[in-house]
Design a protein around this ligand. Structure first.
Ligand SMILES: [Zn+2]
Length: 196
């Protein structure tokens, strides 16, 4: 049984956080979404769904297909290749599949116009992920999609840092490991020089 566990939310974009449910541990690929339960846990942890709004339909096959599609796009963006007309058409078809309307919702003393769907418990549960990449393409900058420079890391992020110089999935993770490795090299080289 797979342990319903902890997911990483360091991508600065929901669709990249979803791609990042495939990770590498010591260079070996590990899929954190291996069951409906895993997927539902991710939907809750990511804030897509409230714990009580879990979908009543099977989502996993569709979700994994979507994730593969998004990973291909993340790879392309990272290499400076813009979205193809074909991939945009696929996104448009995903966008058009949502049934719902916009509704006014009260938040404190303000009103917000938000999408509302009766079908949120169903297939639309994955919609925010699709919306997230659509937002990037329409209002963000796809050129800022990066992959962590950790040699064995496969995590993506949207670089929203001030100078767009973010290199690591996290400083505690790969940033630290690479620093530690460099430090080890320096110390080790010094010591071996001393031995001569
Ligand atoms: Zn990393």
């Amino acid at each position: 049984m797979s342990e319903v566990g902890t997911f990483l939310f360091l991508g600065n974009a929901l669709w990249l956080d979803f791609v990042n449910t495939e990770i590498a541990v010591d260079g070996e690929p590990v899929d954190l979404v291996r069951s409906e339960a895993d997927l539902r846990a991710w939907l809750v942890q990511s804030g897509v769904l409230g714990a009580r709004e879990l979908p009543e339909v099977t989502l996993l096959p569709r979700a994994l297909e979507l994730r593969t599609f998004l990973r291909t796009l993340a790879d392309q963006f990272m290499q400076g290749t813009p979205i193809s007309a074909e991939a945009a058409a696929t996104l448009n078809s995903l966008l058009s599949s949502r049934r719902g309307t916009v509704q006014l919702f009260r938040r404190d003393d303000r009103w917000e116009l938000l999408f509302y769907s009766e079908n949120v418990r169903g297939a639309d549960a994955l919609f925010p992920v699709v919306q997230s990449i659509a937002d990037l393409l329409s209002a963000g900058d796809w050129r800022l999609v990066r992959r962590c420079e950790g040699p064995k890391c496969i995590l993506f992020f949207y670089d929203t840092s001030k100078n767009h110089k973010r290199r690591w999935c996290s400083m505690e993770g790969c940033g630290n490991r690479v620093k530690a490795a460099n430090h080890y090299k320096r110390v080790h080289v010094k010591e071996s020089e001393r031995e001569k």
